[in-house]
Design a protein around this ligand. Sequence first.
Ligand SMILES: CSC[C@H]1O[C@@H](n2cnc3c(O)ncnc32)[C@H](O)[C@@H]1O
Ligand SMILES: [Zn+2]
Length: 439
Amino acid sequence: MLPHQIDTLISARWVVTVDHHNNVLNDHSVAISQGKIVAILPTADAQKAFEAKEHIQLPGHALMPGLINLHTHSAMNLLRGFADDLALMTWLNDHIWPAEKKHVGEQFVYDGTLLAAAESLKGGVTTLNDMYFFPAPTAQAMIDAQIRAAVSVNVIEFPTQYAVDADDYLKKGLEAYNKFGDHPLLQFTMAPHAPYTISDNTFKRMLSLAEELDMQIHCHIHETRAEIEGSLKEHGVRPLERLAGLGLLNPRLIAVHMVHLTEDEMAQLAANGVHIAHNPSSNMKLASGICPVPALHDFGINVGIGTDGAASNNRIDMFTDMRTAALLAKVGTENPEVVPASKALEMATICGAKALGRDHEIGSIEVGKLADITAVDLSDLVCQPCFDPTSQLVYVAGREHVTNVWVNGNRVVANRELTTVDEKELLAKAQSWHDKLKA
Ligand SMILES: CSC[C@H]1O[C@@H](n2cnc3c(O)ncnc32)[C@H](O)[C@@H]1O
Ligand SMILES: [Zn+2]
């Protein structure tokens, strides 16, 4: 039989599939055609079966599904290190919101998002779930970098340089959705900022728009104790109870942070199929508290991992947050058995895909899925000896070990170099924003 023509064949020492059985395959190859994974088979057979336009041989590497960053504010890469070592509301009220008011416009968002996309791709991330102002330049930057992204139709109910009120935010968000919604790398979410910045009426409107347009809802919830105390004072109930009353608790909701939760609230989240985006580094840096991930898992709740923005983390590094999620869960419960390496890797990949409603397409290396793949060099000295590649990916390797990345079958990182973004130009832009912000 003649060999099958395909676009790309990637041969690696291990393929860490993150499929339903968490299969780890030795000396296997992944065949890619028209952006999709068409076969996964032993390398010895692959070379006979396929004739590839490009055959990438990666001895000593593990292939893993591209990482999915389930919560970030990409353009805030330009505010990295702008205000450190503060509690959330002081950080937002006294530093971040005034700076955003002054500086955030279309060019800021395009440049900052491109910077975040470049950092993410080099770090093995293939999907970003973004929440920020100016979704049109956000979408354009994601497309230019060729990263997969969920872009936000966002609302925060105070005037900014982007919009004056909820009507204006929604009008502008929906314009961006109408312009970019069909792009194969993009999906859109409804993103009400948080219960303390969104009125009941706006929550209801955003829920009904999410249902009409079949979007997920992306919202910060229960991030700090102060948020809960504020809601009790203003509304007489905790934020989650208020959102439940408005009909928000359903499988569309990606609830970001969820640090402070009662057992009853966890049962309610589970019963309603709510997804959670856990942001361990941001929660630690802002001293918000510890999200009870092992308890959420016991309730059967789907938990993905996010970095949050570069102003509160300050690394958009999913390798660090995947490892931190595992370690924080262990120390928080004084139980080393919770969140083992395989679970942490699932959280950073397939669980994020599920939260975005995309687990049939992305989040694992399986035949029929889109080819979003990250190659990690485990032959490095610091990764020796390797008894278990999954353990090595979570506890040992870092983003510096990422050598090649594919999104939709396109090789966006080749031998550690970005193929879609000019790094020199990007560095110059970052420097020029730094100078403006400092002045
Ligand atoms: C509507 S655009 C997003 C808005 O959120 C702000 N933000 C960034 N990080 C956090 C966080 O951890 N909690 C709450 N809000 C956050 C960002 O600065 C934008 O104003
Ligand atoms: Zn956030």
